[in-house]
Design a protein around this ligand. Structure first.
Ligand SMILES: *Cc1c(COP(=O)(O)O)cnc(C)c1O
Length: 514
């Protein structure tokens, strides 16, 4: 199994190098050169597997010779043992209907879906680094990675919990001081492991992101500290997320559905979650449809309506009740676009060979991304738009609609407490009900739930209060959140400057005897 870049200049990369590198050298994202085939009997052979066993089957298809099956199994078992339910991602009925479910992806250590990927990625990083060190060849120096990232909340805490205590890895997470929710701030800064370093920047999330970008742009600094990234463009995160689509399918089978044909509705920001669903379907999972739900930051919904992918540059990112989906562009969409370009942007010579089509796809994606950078938008051909609309449905959910959905399901029988991100998906699922019904009998709707409601307590309590109801929040608080705000913290407060952050990283490295 080899990997190529979506922008066509890099190919033939191994799984290990793709995981450790993150972004390809040409600025593109890594995708598998070929999709593997599932075993012919997967529907029966995999039906009774646990989540970790299912993950082992799926991940093993993508790692080439870089990991043995036993190694994948050990990594998966360890990664998913930190979840608070043996099902890892349970399927729960929503409302009184028998064909509508919530797929709860928030049972990991930070109560957001990013744990599914980052628990695994943290263990994978540690494994690859340890193996490199055991093999030697580092010129006497140990292979180490310094992960540096910026967060507006969810990614940072999931990354910290994925990497805490890992050997040969240190992690610096920048957050805008005073601008992440109290729970998120406490989740990050109460992790006291030696290798975890929180940095509160006197600025905005964009300032934090800028600083990270600048540090990665300093070649000497990047080399000296072996900077690594685990942001949502890392292929291993997408790969790990494919598992829960299959797990949900078997969950329906276990509930007595003979031949499930689920519609998955996915609250989307950077399109990593939804992209895993796209790969699950491409591998052969019977998916009736994949629908993406955006909040007011609706670049994906607008693209699927118009064929034009356009940054809302004047307006900028809008702050919504679902902040983990507040984005200007969706970084993982580039991977979807590559397939669109290969299959539907007609090459000049219709008889082009597969290799030729792949080369042209890389060129097309590189051109689109250049147009996006210079003019803020690009448009795909009518044929490509038609294909995209066939592959993905979409809908948008405004702030008031998000709050109304939270209040509605809190009042429903039986009640269900939605977090604001999940509420965006549930609202869009409701608006798509006629289209879903038109797919015929035997279709189930599965709304992906990306965060525990306690993580966004203020929004949830307010939405319910606005509707004239009340909620005893203490009753649903997960045990790790109890007393969290009062625990000891460690955090470095830093000026809004790349030099100041670089100095801090150097001082920490020197003090730890690097
Ligand atoms: C990150 C995140 C999302 C968006 O997922 P993408 O993969 O970026 O589309 C949605 N909800 C929550 C709670 C998240 O943390």
């Amino acid at each position: 199994m080899k990997y190529r870049s979506t922008r066509g200049q890099v190919a033939g990369q191994s799984f290990e190098s793709v995981v450790l590198e993150g972004l390809a050298g040409d600025g593109g994202l890594y995708i598998p050169e070929q999709l593997p085939a599932l075993p012919a009997d997967w529907q029966t052979a995999w039906a009774r597997l646990s989540f970790a066993e299912l993950a082992t089957e799926l991940i093993s298809l993508f790692v080439g010779d870089d990991l043995t099956r036993g190694e994948v199994a050990a990594l998966a078992a360890r990664s998913y043992s930190t979840f608070d339910t043996s099902e890892v991602t349970p399927l729960v009925p929503l409302g009184a209907r028998r064909d509508t479910f919530v797929l709860e992806l928030f049972h990991g250590p930070t109560f957001a879906f990013k744990d599914v990927a980052l628990q695994f990625l943290g263990n994978l990083f540690e494994f690859f680094l340890e193996r490199r060190n055991a093999r030697g060849g580092g010129g006497g120096e140990a292979h180490k990675v310094t992960v540096v990232g910026a967060t507006s909340g969810d990614t940072g805490s999931a990354a910290i919990y994925g990497l805490r205590g890992k050997k040969n890895v240190s992690v610096f997470i920048l957050h805008p001081k005073g601008r992440v929710s109290p729970i998120q701030e406490a989740q990050m800064t109460t992790v006291l492991d030696d290798n975890v370093h929180n940095v509160a920047i006197e600025g905005t999330f964009d300032d934090c992101q800028d600083i990270v970008k600048q540090l990665f742009g300093r070649a000497a600094f990047k080399r000296a500290h072996s900077l690594g990234a685990i942001n949502s463009i890392n292929w291993a995160r997408i790969l790990a997320q494919i598992t829960y689509y299959f797990h949900a399918y078997f969950g329906l089978v276990r509930r007595g559905v003979a031949a499930p044909r689920p519609v998955f509705v996915v609250p989307s920001g950077n399109f990593g979650d939804a992209l895993a669903g796209h790969y699950a379907r491409a591998l052969g999972l019977p998916v009736a449809q994949l629908a993406i739900a955006t909040n007011a930051n609706d670049i994906l919904d607008r693209f699927l309506r118009t064929g034009r992918y356009e940054k809302n540059s004047e307006q900028g990112v809008r702050a919504t009740p679902s902040p983990a989906m507040d984005i200007l562009v969706s970084s993982n969409f580039e991977r979807f676009l590559w397939y669109l370009a290969r299959d539907h942007e007609a090459p000049a010579d219709a008889a082009a060979t597969p290799g030729e089509r792949e080369r042209l796809a890389g060129e097309t994606v590189a051109r689109w991304m250049e147009q996006l950078r210079t003019s803020g938008s690009f448009a795909v051909s009518p044929a490509a738009l038609a294909a995209a609309r066939q592959a993905l449905w979409s809908g948008r959910c405004g702030d008031d609609q998000t709050r109304a959905a939270i209040a509605k399901y809190h009042a429903a029988q039986p009640p269900y407490l939605l977090d604001p991100h999940t509420a965006v998906g549930v609202h869009v699922a409701e608006t798509l009900a006629p289209e879903i019904a038109a797919l015929g009998d035997g279709v189930q709707t599965i709304c992906l739930s990306t965060a525990h409601p306690a993580k966004f307590a203020d929004e949830v309590i307010q939405a319910i209060a606005d509707a004239g109801a009340q909620i005893d929040f203490a009753a649903i608080l997960p045990p790790p959140f109890v007393g969290l705000l009062d625990k000891p913290r460690r955090c470095f407060e830093c000026h809004n400057s790349p030099d100041a952050v670089a100095r801090h990283i150097e001082q920490v490295a020197a003090a730890s005897g690097k």
